[in-house]
Design a protein around this ligand. Structure first.
Ligand SMILES: Nc1ncnc2c1ncn2[C@@H]1O[C@H](COP(=O)(O)OP(=O)(O)OP(=O)(O)O)[C@@H](O)[C@H]1O
Ligand SMILES: [Mg+2]
Length: 220
């Protein structure tokens, strides 16, 4: 299996306050990974390092890109191949939900009608078709979260980085979302989900990387 993420002696700090210590791990292409740890343990920080928003020390290689030492243009290129679900969703407030979900396809230069069709299909899967022309502020938190997940998946990224994607959702919405991630993973997309805990029922083979006191442990 090709290695998609390689971390060696990874160290991440804010203002010289260490969050992740000397950690070494790798993630293979096609893996389904839960990144667990209590609130404040560093899950979001590690995800941010993986898409180049936080600069770590040591080695962090994502799909052949060394994120420690990456040019702005290469970082933009890397991000085009990632599907990121931010903990605070980051939908564009001035755009309706349909256009928000279409965004990665528009960036990739996909023609508008095709992009629209694909976005509508995904909105249907997350039971949001009826909100396509609404703006993010007109949606509930859970609805915005589902729209953010549709946006992260729409361009068939190489890897999905999802930060607490089901934390605020009821059981039904959470299962819709997990079905989407499972479907993406079956298509070969690597999925990394940061979450306080593991889902109760989940019939997919997964790995658990657990962050505790700044160290990352392989749990399963
Ligand atoms: N920009 C920042 N500047 C300084 N410290 C930060 C910054 N962002 C996060 N931290 C600190 O880093 C630690 C890890 O934060 P992080 O957001 O990665 O935790 P988390 O595991 O995602 O928590 P949660 O489950 O609450 O989302 C926390 O102690 C937090 O206060
Ligand atoms: Mg977090």
């Amino acid at each position: 299996m090709a290695k998609l993420v390689v971390a060696k002696n990874l160290y991440i700090s804010y203002n010289s306050q260490p969050i992740i210590h000397d950690s070494t791990f790798s993630i293979n292409s096609g893996d389904f990974v839960f990144l667990t740890g209590v609130s404040g343990s560093g899950k979001t920080t590690l995800i941010k390092a993986m898409y180049g928003e936080v600069k770590p020390k040591g080695i962090l290689n994502i799909g052949g890109f060394e994120v420690n030492n990456i040019s702005k243009s290469k970082l933009a290129l890397l991000r085009r191949h990632l599907g990121i679900v931010f903990q605070d969703y980051k939908l564009i407030p001035e755009w309706n939900i349909l256009k928000n979900v279409m965004l990665p396809l528009l960036i990739a230069g996909i023609e508008k009608t095709t992009a629209e069709q694909k976005a509508l299909e995904l909105l249907k899967k997350v039971k949001l078709s009826h909100k396509a022309d609404k703006f993010p502020a007109e949606l509930s938190g859970g609805e915005q979260q589902r729209a953010a997940i549709a946006r992260a998946i729409i361009h068939n990224p190489v890897m999905i980085l999802a930060d607490e994607p089901i934390s605020g959702l009821d059981e039904y919405s959470a299962s819709l979302v997990m079905d989407l991630f499972t479907m993406a993973n079956k298509m070969g997309i690597t999925v990394i989900i940061a979450s306080h805990s593991l889902p109760n029922e989940f019939n997919v083979k997964y790995r658990q990387l657990h962050i505790e006191k700044g160290y990352i442990y392989e749990m399963s």
